[in-house]
Design a protein around this ligand. Structure first.
Ligand code: G3H
Ligand code: ZN
Length: 284
């Protein structure tokens, strides 16, 4: 069933596991992730970047696909449709009006006061409609669609506390050394800050850039209050590898289903692995 992230993340924080946000790009991505979550009896967050929403034909197309699949596939586990890295108040409102159950407002590149103002405006609109809100502080490295960073800036715990108190957000993504896309070397996550921030704000923390983080660091993050982990690139790599292998195996193939199906299977297997790693199996 479709719901906001609030209940699922508060439960995850309390019980010591994380819910995966898996980004979707099209019908097959959505099928694979929903099938994996249902099979694992896990709550799941479908992440939709503004770029992915454009690619899929708009926010309304996204919600229509997700809602029909939930019905046709008889999905009973909690599912959230979440705007990933919302770039403005307007975009967040559009996603909410189209039926998204959760939004992230990413004003992390703005000065702090501006971040507070923009985030508060989104919270007011979202909460009136039962929609959950994630905000960000600091800078996640790397690049994802329209979100490009030229470095990594760690979130300041004092600012985290103030942002939470002044905006009323449901969860916070403090950038603590994670990167969108593949890591160059081992990630160096700021565990000390992670612990401090979670203790002071008493809210679920979100870890962006979930691709390529070693299992021990995932487990440690979860034990320190990370209740949501975002994964995108890893599914893209899995899909493309399987599709490429299917194309290479048969030079005559022209039916797209013949190489998209193995890609879809690869996403499902990847998501099942992540759900087990995050500890959210049988938590629906
Ligand atoms: O917002 C989405 C994520 O932070 C995904 O990061 O592509 O490195 O897994 P990733
Ligand atoms: Zn992200």
């Amino acid at each position: 069933a479709l719901e906001s992230m609030k209940g699922m993340l508060n439960k995850a924080l309390k019980e010591g596991y994380a819910v995966g946000q898996f980004n979707i790009n099209n019908l097959e991505w959505t099928q694979a992730i929903l099938a994996a979550a249902q099979e694992e009896q896990s709550p799941v967050i479908l992440g939709v970047s503004e770029g992915a929403a454009r690619y899929m034909g708009g926010f309304k197309v996204v919600t229509a696909i997700v809602k029909s699949l939930i019905e046709e596939m008889k999905v009973t586990v909690p599912v959230a449709i979440h705007l990933d890295h919302g770039s403005s108040v307007d975009k967040c409102k559009q996603a909410i009006d189209a039926g998204f159950t959760s939004v992230m407002i990413d004003a992390s590149h703005d000065p702090f006061e501006e971040n507070v103002r923009i985030t508060s405006e989104v919270v007011a609109y979202a909460h009136e409609r039962g929609v959950s809100v994630e905000a960000e502080l600091g800078t996640v490295g790397g690049q994802e669609d329209d979100v490009v960073a030229d470095g990594v800036i760690y979130a300041d715990p004092k600012e985290c506390k103030e942002l939470v108190e002044r905006t009323g957000i449901d969860c916070l993504a403090p950038a603590l050394g994670s990167v969108h896309g593949p890591y160059k070397g081992e990630p160096k996550l700021g565990f000390k800050e992670m612990e401090e921030i979670c203790q002071t704000i008493q809210l679920p923390l979100v870890l962006h850039g979930g691709t390529g983080i070693p299992t021990e660091q995932i487990k440690k993050s979860v034990s320190l209050g990370t209740a949501k982990i975002n994964v995108n690139t890893e599914n893209q790599i899995a899909f493309t590898k399987a599709a490429r292998a299917a194309l290479a195996a048969d030079a005559e193939v022209y039916d797209p289903r013949k190489f998209i199906t193995p890609g879809r299977e690869a996403i499902k297997a990847t998501v099942i692995g992540k759900i087990r790693e995050f500890g959210s199996s049988n938590k629906a």
